[in-house]
Design a protein around this ligand. Structure first.
Ligand code: TYM
Length: 330
């Protein structure tokens, strides 16, 4: 039986956070044996906000190294850079022509990002979700492992697949999101009502996958909590709830067991032990990450071969699409 297909992507728009890891990357490796996995570094998405070219190049190799350090095996999965496979831009154009402006106007991520960037309210930011739909639909994807914040974009991808299929006959698989029950939305350490994000201007708000022990401890110590003083898993204590979620996912311990372990102990002890859990979980990833980053030739081999594999799959779908919409082949 043919394996079902998985696709996901990460933007090389800065160093990755434990939010990216817990919500997405951590799950990518686990899927490789059961599914035919495609993992993309979406540099074309990253340029919808201003990027320094030198940093974008560096961040692209950073994400590639992090992908592998988090357990993606390029022998098992197709690992590639989005701009190396032009079919993404090409399908995106076609999908733009069946996307309603109203749908894009309703995208919460666009609304949030456009509030922050009036000087750069570019069309790419607006049509970003269409490019994301193209990424997914090109590979005939069945499942898309992502964090909670991508759910609305996934809905659009499903909607466009169905609209195209209805208009021209069955062409695309309608993809489903794979969103974990715990850890799909890691919150900011400074404001537990908003998502942890690598673009936050306050660096105490996030923990980077590359942060050292000292930084991790300091950031957790400074994490905003409350005046209750009891380690409880409750919506009334969103800061502590977020920290318990991180603890649970990274240690493999159940939420209830963690609450029991810290009953009567206060936030100080809990926070310093959480810092140990985070350091321990990230240590092997950081070691591998540094090794990959130092092997530039190996990285080049991986993304070159990955692009070839991805290109072949993507072309197959694009050829079908062009035929159905009435483009003559050359
Ligand atoms: P990006 O680069 O912002 O984030 C990469 C992945 O990390 C998840 N994530 C989080 N999960 C839990 N808690 C958080 N605080 C947190 N922050 C980020 C994201 O949900 C995502 O899974 N549009 C996408 C990239 C993309 C894509 C795709 C994803 C482009 N094309 C096709 C899947 C399929 C994005 O900006 O992710």
């Amino acid at each position: 039986m043919e394996k079902k297909i998985v696709f996901s992507g990460v933007q090389p728009s800065g160093a990755l956070t434990i939010g990216n890891y817990i919500g997405a990357l951590r799950n990518f490796g686990e899927l490789q044996d059961e599914f035919d996995c495609n993992y993309c570094i979406v540099d074309m998405h990253a340029i919808t906000v201003p990027q320094v070219p030198k940093n974008l190049r560096k961040n692209t190799l950073d994400v590639l190294s992090m992908y592998m350090a988090c357990g993606i095996d390029p022998e098992k999965s197709t690992l590639f850079v989005q701009s190396h496979v032009p079919a993404h831009a090409e399908l995106s154009w076609v999908l733009n022509t069946i996307t309603y402006m109203g749908q894009l106007n309703r995208m919460t991520q666009f609304k949030e990002k456009s509030k922050k960037s009036d000087e750069n309210l570019n069309a790419g930011l607006f049509t970003y979700p269409v490019l994301m739909a193209a990424d997914i639909l090109l590979y005939q994807t069945d499942f898309v492992p992502v964090g909670e914040d991508q759910k609305q974009h996934l809905e659009l991808a499903r909607d466009l697949a169905e609209r195209f299929n209805n208009k021209y006959s069955d062409t695309f698989v309608v993809p489903e999101p794979l969103i974990k029950e715990f850890g799909a939305r890691i919150m900011s350490l400074q404001d537990p009502t908003s998502k942890m994000s690598k673009s936050d201007s306050d660096e105490n708000a996030f923990i980077l996958l590359q942060d050292n022990k000292d930084k991790i401890s300091k950031k957790i110590k400074r994490a905003v909590t409350d005046s209750v003083g009891i380690v409880n898993y409750s919506d009334d204590q969103p800061g502590i709830k977020n920290l318990i979620n991180i603890y649970s996912v990274l240690s493999g311990k159940e939420i209830n067991d963690i609450v029991d372990m810290y009953s009567g102990k206060g936030y100080g002890v809990f926070k310093s032990e959480l810092a140990e859990v985070v350091v321990e979980a990230l240590d092997p990833i950081q070691t591998k990450y540094r090794e990959y980053l130092d092997s530039k030739d190996y990285l080049e081999k991986i993304y070159t071969e990955g692009a070839q594999k991805a290109e072949a799959k993507a072309r197959k779908t694009l050829r079908k699409v062009y035929k159905k919409i009435g483009f003559i082949s050359r």
